[in-house]
Write a protein that binds this ligand. Structure first.
Ligand code: PLP
Length: 429
């Protein structure tokens, strides 16, 4: 590793240099479930965490390890744990520190899958999620009490695409000793939430990080900056003997390794017990995609800015939702937290309402009509008849999805072809 702090170099070199036995320059795919122990002492030391090393692929894998080191380096973290999906990353990031009877405070502006997990599944598990409108960061303080274990938010949540006030909420968390967990799925490279005070960052690597739309995956990054020991009363899961690991106290057990208690516990308990392991093949694919992530983000953002300008002057478009089109506090937050572009997600409203939205989508020739974001290809969906169709009209409108709202994820095709496809579909809508 070169030790570079530049994203373009990190994605090619962090965590791996030519394979010592074969000289392989590409990161090898270690498609194995298990690892031969040298002898019984070696095996015992690995299980007792006296020595770090490979035991079983549900817990760790050398291909996953390169991805983990690369993503941790990209975001300025000390360690990362790759898992089977973005949903698993969100789930583990919270279950690692919260149990029945606890609560977390989350932004209202969330991916629908996360909303369901928080409002329903966590509730069934006895973890209360209190929802705070991020327009006013003080809402997080108002909902905090002795049982609050984390704040949670997305950097650039769709459909509103209003950047989250990371530093403002992290500062409130500092006062109480509460870590801020940020889902940075929509803004890799553009934003490094740890630089703005976040303690934990997670991604659905399924989206921009992998880019090619071949592999579902997720990752949780530990900044190493949160002092779990100082706030021992709030975090018993990290500071009291863990009966599932021969009474280990995680903050003490990892001291010789570094400030990685959160990451090590997540690997040793969440992956061991809940089992949503990352597939090495998917990690291999994600590593290939990630090599071009900074370059792709540049082009995604450049194309998206041009599309936003084009749409904003189109007679059938009443509103364009993209940070480049915002002003006031939303724009200030976008300019503070996003560097090098405003992301490739965008929404717009058609004057013709629901039927115009449907006609527009059905008329697209190059854009794919899918429930996904962050692919190299341009994507579109009409949320009112798909992703948000199960919500009541009131809830749908308050989430920012009007009848004529269309969501775009602008890809890296030539801008002329992107504009031509949008133009011919708008002509019919
Ligand atoms: N977070 C965000 C912002 C997402 O958009 C998604 C998926 O769309 C997820 C998390 C969940 O990721 P995955 O689909 O990899 O489980």
């Amino acid at each position: 590793m070169t030790g570079s702090s530049k994203p373009e170099t990190i994605v090619l070199h962090a965590g791996y240099r030519a394979d010592p036995t074969t000289g392989s320059v590409a990161v090898p795919l270690y498609q194995t479930t298990s690892y031969q122990f040298r002898d019984t002492q070696h095996a015992a030391d690995l299980f007792a965490l006296k020595e770090l090393g490979n035991i079983y692929t549900r817990l760790m894998n050398p291909t996953n390890d390169v991805l983990e080191q690369r993503v941790a380096a990209l975001d300025g973290g000390v360690a990362a744990v790759a898992v089977g999906s973005g949903q698993a990353a969100t789930t583990f990031s919270i279950l690692n520190i919260a149990q029945a009877g606890d609560n977390i405070v989350s932004s209202t502006d969330l991916y629908g899958g996360t909303w369901n997990l928080f409002a329903n599944t966590f509730k069934q598990m006895g973890i209360e999620v209190r929802f705070a409108d991020p327009t006013d960061p003080e809402n997080f303080r108002r909902l905090t009490d002795d049982k609050t274990r984390a704040y949670y938010a997305e950097t650039l949540p769709n459909p509103k695409l209003q950047v989250f006030p990371i530093r403002e909420v992290a500062n409130i968390g500092d006062e109480f000793g509460i870590p801020l967990i940020i889902d940075n799925t929509a803004a890799p490279v553009l934003c490094r939430p740890i630089d703005h005070g976040a303690s934990i960052v997670m991604y659905s690597t399924t989206k921009f990080i992998a880019g090619h739309g071949t592999s579902v995956g997720g990752i949780v990054i530990d900044s190493g900056k949160f002092d779990w020991e100082k706030h021992a009363k709030r975090f018993p899961l990290l500071n009291e003997p863990d009966p599932s690991y021969h009474g280990a106290v995680w903050t003490q057990a990892v001291k010789p390794i570094g400030p990685v208690a959160y990451a090590i516990k997540l690997r040793c308990t969440m992956l061991r017990d809940l089992g949503a392991a990352a597939s090495p093949f998917n990690s291999f694919q994600t590593i290939q995609g990630m090599e071009t992530l900074p370059l792709r983000m540049e082009r995604h953002c450049e194309n998206a800015n041009t599309v936003a300008e084009f749409l904003s002057t189109h007679p059938k478009v009443t509103k364009v939702i993209h940070p480049s089109m915002q002003d006031g506090e939303s724009r200030r937050r976008a300019d503070t937290y996003l560097k090098g572009g405003y992301g490739s997600l965008m929404g717009f409203e058609l004057s013709g309402g629901k039927s115009a939205g449907e006609t527009f989508i059905n008329s697209l020739e190059m854009f794919y009509h899918v429930a996904n974001i962050g692919d190299t290809r341009s994507l579109a969906i009409h949320p009112a008849t798909t992703t948000h169709s199960q919500l009541s009209e009131k809830d749908r409108l308050s989430s920012g999805v009007t009848d004529g709202y269309v969501r775009l994820s602008i890809g890296i095709e030539h801008i002329d072809d992107i504009l031509a496809d949008l133009k011919q579909a708008l002509d019919k809508a």
